[in-house]
Design a protein around this ligand. Structure first.
Ligand code: SF4
Length: 276
């Protein structure tokens, strides 16, 4: 059974909360507890302390999830781009069931651009929103052919000009197909960044900027995987398994989920890889 990690107080500077105004530091992080008894509910920590805490969290998550990686199956940048488009509103597991057939039939951007719409819709139907997704893939293939010689570009500024591709998808492709570091702010990364008090932002682009500032650029892609794996397996949106969490001692949101070690262990979802 996994050893529960008891929360303990980390060294945190207690300050009065800055008032709004031009002199206010950007994004003072307020720990909302529940920390152990006797600790004020409202704390701020210095930027250096926050950075150190963030990196310790990432190291612990790396130990918990040594196999963390992109859970979409792909062999080329185009396949990852297509798989990521299909992963909207569904699980990676579902996408991986569909892509072997899809990738065998559609091998190039030109194949998608000239696809028979009914055929494409039929293949991707089980991923949901299949009409929209099929349209996006056709338009994506056309855009790649018209503007990038049929190749997937390896620059963020180019990727985000493609149909159906936002910063999240672009960073997935950059980080996993091209080895260019990127932070993927999906629902898990956004939720965990807020639970860890790394950011107070809701807007993904602002979350990305706040998280990026805490880590070396070279760590961004693996950090994203660690957070996504932790969000899928332990720190769930509705019932986080706090009592079985390896970073409980460093998390200001400890206690927002189940804290009993045995009950929390039952909430872990190690067998369900690739959930959305
Ligand atoms: S499971 Fe609980 S303690 Fe762990 S990161 Fe999530 S909210 Fe924090």
């Amino acid at each position: 059974m996994l050893e529960p990690v008891r929360p303990r107080l980390t060294r945190v500077a207690v300050r009065s909360r800055p008032t709004a105004g031009p002199g206010r530091r950007r994004s003072p992080v307020v720990a909302r507890g529940p920390y152990p008894s006797g600790v004020p509910r409202e704390l701020t920590e210095t930027p250096l302390a926050r950075t150190r805490r963030a990196r310790r969290i990432d190291r612990l998550l790396a130990q918990r999830y040594p196999d963390a990686r992109c859970e979409l199956d792909f062999r080329t940048p185009l396949e990852l781009l297509v798989a990521t488009v299909l992963s909207a509103q569904t699980t990676d597991v579902r996408v991986n069931l569909v892509t072997p057939v899809l990738f065998a039939r559609y091998r190039t951007a030109a194949d998608y651009a000239s696809a028979d719409r009914a055929d494409l819709e039929g293949i991707v139907a089980s991923t949901g929103f299949y009409r929209n997704k099929a349209s996006t893939l056709v338009n994506l293939g056309a855009a790649l052919c018209e503007r990038f010689g049929g190749e997937v570009p390896a620059r963020l500024v180019d990727l985000v000009t493609l149909p159906g591709v936002g910063r999240k998808t672009a960073n997935v492709v950059l980080g996993n197909a091209f080895g260019i570091p990127g932070i993927t702010v999906d629902t898990h990364v956004g939720r965990l960044a807020r639970r860890f008090a790394w950011t107070e932002e809701e807007d993904p682009e602002k979350v990305e900027a706040d998280v990026a500032a805490l880590f070396h650029r070279r760590d961004w892609t693996m950090l994203s995987h660690h957070l996504i794996w932790h969000g899928r397996r332990t720190c769930h949106a509705r019932r986080p398994a706090c009592g079985a969490c390896p970073v409980a001692a460093l998390c200001p949101s400890y206690g927002s989920g189940e804290t009993d070690p045995d009950l929390a262990a039952r909430l872990l979802r190690f067998e369900l890889a690739g959930g959305s």
